[in-house]
Write a protein that binds this ligand. Structure first.
Ligand code: BES
Ligand code: MN
Ligand code: ZN
Length: 515
């Protein structure tokens, strides 16, 4: 998708489709209150073209509600699409992101290859953050998951133009626009990885894709495999990999901005299970095919690193993705096996883990990933993983789960989500949960019973993060969009990329904390 920024008045823009936003400005309540759809484009010609349909009451400017006008009188565009934001009082920058995606997804199946979106002309929806969100939303909307259809007709939008005629500070708009492009492309980069099936994206191939990207954007990178796992004594990570003929990949991406020699080192750790059968504790066949997206946490970290490399915040970042395939086989680990995790220092013993369920594999690979990040100097940790089915039981498919041992780090993450629009809900940690994974034979076991499964998984990771400020994101319920929405296709969501990026930027040297 090509992107352009235009400062010409929208009525004069020749295009296949001009999209403008509308909101319901009705504030009174009660049985007689009718929606009051109001155009957020203060252009007399566009207002005139839309006046008739807005007067009918047929169109209410509800959230993502659209109405299309062909050959609108008095404006240069061939079509005028009105996209609703819902109640103006409730509309946010995130509504604009979704509206942009809605415009793009409206155009795609209709063979419309160019979209011009007019920024909202509204005092409550202004500034760089809205510009950025609109561009991000367009990218989110442009993605479709049907990449392996042999008769696939590429319906991608060729040119997306953001019309910003009403904005006074052009330099700020241009900067925000450029940011939006980087973030949108990085999110889609992650989604494309998540979409790949297990046979097309083995740990080795995930490593290659990460390395190619790293080379393109100028990140430092290393991709290790079996030998290095043994050398580092990554017994937990290896125990998952040992059942598969596909070798594991320990992917390390480094962002070291010039001149930044001190301050925090942020460690991003991602679960990269390219397929999760459950191993010997095998999963039921129903929906097992979905387990190709069990590397969504790793993909989020790779996507975030791409954006970080291009946006160049002044803070050091290191990402570690632990990629493996969880398979049952004659070499697979068994329930009851005891594994020794990577030690935090060569002269210290690694913690011993009793394997109760080989399907609780994500926490095993992350245990060694977190330890390795700390060993490489990470002062703050964030991990992302499709870790538990239990997180969906707790939070549904509305919020992803978040956990932290550090309120300051989590505060920054919360501010980051206010910018990203990704929905996370913090859940508790606590010794009483940690007690549930004490093992009779070793230090800890990898499952702790039926209740509070997402919290217990988080407490397992906490054992390895120890006192290092750490955030754990359980994205199992949110990494895959099960039913398409007006602004996003069914398929991988790319959740995490935007929030992790903003969290990283919040540690930038000399940057004011996000309000
Ligand atoms: N990858 C799964 C979690 C998952 C479930 C992700 C559904 C996406 C959608 C994870 O490895 C897993 O199998 N977790 C088990 C843990 C249990 C054995 C303690 C689970 O949630 O059932
Ligand atoms: Mn599993
Ligand atoms: Zn898994």
């Amino acid at each position: 998708m090509r992107t352009e920024l235009s400062f010409t008045p929208i009525a004069g823009i020749q295009t296949e489709l001009l999209a403008v936003l509308a909101a319901d400005t009705q504030t009174t309540k009660g049985p007689d209150a009718r929606p009051q759809p109001t155009l957020l484009a203060k252009d007399p010609a566009v207002e005139a073209a839309a006046a008739a349909v807005l007067a009918t009451g047929e169109y209410k400017a509800g959230v993502t509600e659209t109405v299309l006008l062909h050959a609108p009188a008095g404006i240069a565009a061939k079509r005028l699409l009105i996209v609703g934001l819902g109640k103006l009082a409730k509309a946010t920058v995130h509504s604009v992101r979704d509206a942009a995606g809605t415009a793009v997804r409206f155009a795609k199946p209709r063979g419309i290859r160019e979209v011009v979106l007019a920024l909202p002309d509204s005092d409550s929806l202004r500034g760089g953050i809205v510009v950025r969100a609109a561009v991000e939303g367009a990218f989110v909307g442009d993605f479709d998951a049907d990449t392996y259809r042999s008769d696939r007709r590429d319906q991608s939008i060729q040119t997306f133009t953001l019309a910003a005629a009403g904005e006074a500070d052009r330099a700020a708009v241009e900067a925000a626009f450029a940011e939006g492009v980087i973030v949108g492309e990085s999110q889609n980069f992650a989604r494309a990885l998540v979409n790949e099936p297990g046979n097309k994206l083995t740990p080795t191939i995930l490593g290659q894709r990460a390395a190619e990207m790293a080379q393109q954007v100028g990140l430092g990178w290393e991709v290790h495999s079996t030998e290095k796992l043994h050398e580092l004594k990554m017994g937990a990570f290896w125990s998952v990999s040992q059942g598969s003929p596909e070798p594991p990949a320990l992917i390390v991406l480094r962002y070291e901005p010039e001149g930044v020699k001190d301050g925090p080192v942020l460690g991003l750790v991602g679960k990269g299970i390219t397929f999760d059968t459950g191993g010997i504790s095998i999963k039921p066949a129903d929906k097992m095919e979905m387990m190709k997206y069990d590397m969504a946490g790793g993909a989020a970290m790779i996507g975030a690193m791409r954006a970080i490399a291009l946006l160049k915040p002044k803070v050091r970042v290191i990402a570690i993705v632990c990629a493996a395939e969880n398979m049952p086989s004659g070499t697979a680990q068994k329930p009851g096996d005891v594994q020794t995790a990577m030690p935090i220092a060569p002269d210290k013993p690694g913690k011993t883990i009793e394997i109760i369920n080989t399907d609780a594999e994500g926490r095993l690979v992350l245990a060694d990933g977190l330890t390795y990040a700390r060993q490489l100097g990470a002062t703050h940790l964030i991990d992302a993983a499709t870790l538990t089915g239990a997180i969906s039981v707790a939070l549904g498919k509305i919020n992803a789960g978040a956990f932290s041992n550090d309120d300051a780090a989590y505060g920054k993450f919360e501010s980051a989500t206010a910018i990203s629009g990704e929905k996370f809900w913090r859940l508790p940690l606590g010794d009483a949960y940690a007690d549930l994974i004490k093992s009779d034979i070793g230090d800890i076991k990898n499952t702790g019973g039926r209740w509070g499964g997402a919290i217990i998984a988080a407490e397992f990771l906490h054992v390895f993060a120890e006192d290092t400020p750490w955030i754990h994101l359980d994205i199992a319920g949110m990494a895959w969009v099960e039913d398409s929405r007006p602004f996003i296709a069914k398929g991988p969501s790319g959740i995490g990329v935007r929030s992790i990026l903003e969290w990283v930027r919040s540690y930038e040297q000399g940057r004011e904390p996000a309000s």
